[in-house]
Design a protein around this ligand. Structure first.
Ligand SMILES: [Mn+2]
Length: 356
């Protein structure tokens, strides 16, 4: 149990008027307990109250151990998983993790009609939003590895290569640098790049294609996430114009970042540049997302996110322009908000690059 983090979460519970919460998301439980459990359909629940109780409920298959500071209550596959938790909660409001399966919540409510579930993710989400020193180091390391893997991916561009071949090369390069697992890397050639989430397939590279690499993986639990777009053999006038616009949007947003400005204002700096350049309708997503123990986590960097930046936040800055049937360009870095501005965690160059 990380007592410093736990105390921060308890202070945030009090600030929000929550006297008891259930934490269920794998990354949130790990953040507080150091246990990384993927429960799949089984139940994992960390119960916390503001009076000092912290109890972990889990299936015996998770292989967890009970300690004096974090007692463990186990159930088996043939038990009702929520029965013991239902006995322990107090009447009244119970803050519930947004990722706790509704089957468990409904089970709890059936046992305890005197308990009123309310949204309960904020205390842990707000704590996780501000990375502590160990987390900052972990994020720097992951992004440094990502810079290396991006260079390897670009170096592997060749005649006849397929998207899925580059994606598997990227996973091998990550594993060689300590990645926890393989992931669905995004490699998009030409028109496929107009779909921001195109999954790599057998598409073969052709001269004149844009190539978007959006690559991400957890290393010692902390994610990196970076995107670069390069061009194969030739670059058209339109590709060059779009590329330079996206690059300006990315760099202007990063230069604007400092404590106190709103996340929505960072989004606006990038969006205004793309809109003024005539491509506003083709920048179809938010500017970015928080990143840490999960690739996508709070804060949300969008026009609807009116919270101020604080030192310790890590999020992506990833403007893009997507022209259906033609090509797409996205440029993404992770940034760490500092006392005076931000530290860009990625260092792979952003100059327009024509390969081959
Ligand atoms: Mn991203």
């Amino acid at each position: 149990m990380d007592q410093t983090r736990l105390e921060r979460v308890r202070a945030l519970m009090k600030a929000q008027g929550l006297s008891q919460i259930v934490v269920a998301a794998t990354a949130s439980v790990y953040y507080l307990t150091g246990y990384w459990v993927e429960p799949h359909e089984r139940m994992l629940a960390l119960y916390l109250d503001t009076e000092g109780r912290a109890v972990l409920y889990g299936n015996e298959l998770f292989g967890l151990t009970s300690t004096p500071e974090l007692p463990l209550v186990v159930h088996t596959d043939s038990d009702d998983p929520v029965a013991q938790l239902a006995q322990a909660v107090r009447p009244g409001e119970l803050g519930v993790d947004k990722f706790w399966y509704s089957k468990f919540l409904m089970g709890l409510m059936a046992h305890r009609p005197d308990v009123k579930p309310v949204p309960g993710s904020d205390p842990v989400d707000l704590a996780r939003k501000s990375k502590d020193e160990a987390e900052r180091q972990a994020m720097r390391h992951s992004s440094a590895m990502n810079d290396q893997v991006m260079a390897q991916a670009i170096a592997a561009i060749a005649d006849g290569v397929r998207e899925n071949e580059l994606a598997s090369l990227i996973n091998r390069e990550y594993l060689a640098r300590g990645a926890d697992c393989e992931g669905p890397q995004l490699v998009c050639f030409g028109p496929n790049g107009a779909d921001p989430h195109h999954a790599p397939d057998g598409t073969v590279l052709k001269p004149g294609d844009s190539i978007t690499f959006d690559i991400f993986t957890p290393i010692s639990r902390y994610w990196c996430d970076m995107t670069r777009t390069v061009f194969y053999k030739t670059v058209s006038e339109e590709q060059r114009t779009v590329y330079e616009l996206v690059r300006r949007a990315n760099e202007a947003a990063e230069a604007f970042i400092r404590p106190g400005v709103l996340l929505s204002e960072v989004d606006k700096v990038a969006r205004d540049i793309i809109t003024d350049g005539g491509y506003g309708p083709y920048f179809t997503h938010r500017l970015g997302h928080g990143c840490g123990l999960e690739c996508h986590e709070p804060p949300d960097v969008s026009s609807a996110s009116h919270t101020p930046l604080e030192p310790g936040m890590v999020f992506s800055v990833e403007p893009g322009i997507y022209l259906p049937g033609k090509f797409g360009v996205r440029i993404e870095d992770l940034v760490l908000v500092t006392e005076t501005g931000c530290e860009v965690l990625n260092h792979h160059p952003k100059d327009l690059l024509v390969v081959g």
